[in-house]
Write a protein that binds this ligand. Structure first.
Ligand SMILES: NC(=O)c1ccc[n+]([C@@H]2O[C@H](COP(=O)([O-])OP(=O)(O)OC[C@H]3O[C@@H](n4cnc5c(N)ncnc54)[C@H](OP(=O)(O)O)[C@@H]3O)[C@@H](O)[C@H]2O)c1
Length: 275
């Protein structure tokens, strides 16, 4: 890591904002725009693919990356939501449960920006329900979207990320798993297991990729008020305590990325505010 980055890291403090994100059912809008100053210029000019950019975490992460001067390729399922984000970068729609979507997303980013220096995986689905009741098609969907899709997209992005590393551009991949990977929850066994599998994959892959100078970071935020729990693939959410504010979680992730962090366990989000 460059000396400038190390020195910035030593003086790092989590920037405070009064930002809140209100979800109106269609798109998350940041009520207060990015007030945080970049910790380093690490993200500036990087070509970054954000998978799940239309989501409650993906949207503020995208906003923060755009404010830092990243060249973005934004993915979601919903064309209308993506169209509303087109000022921030190239957009590409696709169902990540399909095996061929991974290659298409990476190809779009490389074609739009001449390469790929970063990958953010912020897509996912949740399911609730007992072990006995959760149907097979739900198990398949949860593991396909939450576990298999990020693995496939990372694999598809590796040649371009390797080129970026060889050009000295210090590439990264940031994968959002979840706190339930560390603390699996009853009534959420399938979701917890899909995230724990992803966390294990990330831990092993991070060590492998380090040799190629690609930084792979697994982020495990606690419950966050994105509305995810109100849109389950199956079942009904239990009563959950008030979650963290999406913009603050997004900001903590972006600041961690630019300050060189290699892992973001749930504990690093302790300073993030609640909605
Ligand atoms: N919210 C939390 O409490 C929390 C806590 C820890 C970890 N996480 C994880 O963080 C990630 C983002 O969660 P979130 O809260 O931002 O959820 P969200 O608001 O529901 O956003 C989910 C994103 O995933 C996309 N997506 C879902 N299924 C897809 C599919 N089959 N193909 C393509 N895109 C798909 C959605 O696209 P559309 O917009 O087109 O539907 C959306 O962009 C998830 O992996 C989640 O498990 C969330």
């Amino acid at each position: 890591m460059a000396a400038a980055t190390l020195s910035a890291r030593r003086s790092y403090e989590l920037p405070l904002t009064s930002a809140t994100v209100a979800r109106d059912g269609a798109l998350a809008h940041a009520a207060v725009r990015c007030q945080a100053v970049a910790v380093t210029d690490y993200l500036s000019d990087k070509s970054i693919l954000v998978v799940g950019a239309t989501g409650g975490l993906g949207h503020p992460i995208t906003e923060l990356l755009a404010a830092r001067g990243a060249r973005l390729t934004l993915h979601g399922r919903d064309e209308a939501k993506l169209a509303g984000m087109s000022d921030w970068g190239t957009t590409v729609a696709g169902d990540i449960s399909r095996a061929d979507t991974a290659r298409r997303l990476v190809d779009t980013a490389v074609a739009a920006h001449g390469g790929l220096d970063g990958l953010v995986f912020a897509a996912g689905i949740v399911a609730f329900g007992s072990v006995a009741d959760t149907p097979d098609d739900v198990l398949i969907d949860v593991f396909t979207v939450n576990t298999l899709a990020p693995i496939r997209i990372l694999r598809a992005g590796l040649p371009a990320l390797t080129e970026s590393a060889q050009a000295g551009r210090d590439p990264f991949a940031l994968v959002i798993s979840a706190v339930v990977a560390e603390q699996p929850m009853p009534g959420m066994a399938a979701y917890s297991a899909s995230k724990a599998a992803l966390m294990a994959y990330d831990a092993a892959a991070a060590r492998e990729l380090r040799r190629s100078k690609i930084r792979l970071v697994d982020a495990r935020p606690p419950h966050t008020e994105t509305g995810l729990a109100t849109r389950p693939r199956y079942g009904t959410a239990p009563g959950l305590p008030q979650g963290l504010a999406p913009f603050e979680v997004a900001e903590r992730i972006v600041v961690g990325l630019e300050s060189g962090e290699r892992d973001m366990p749930s504990s690093v989000f302790a300073g993030s505010g609640r909605d």
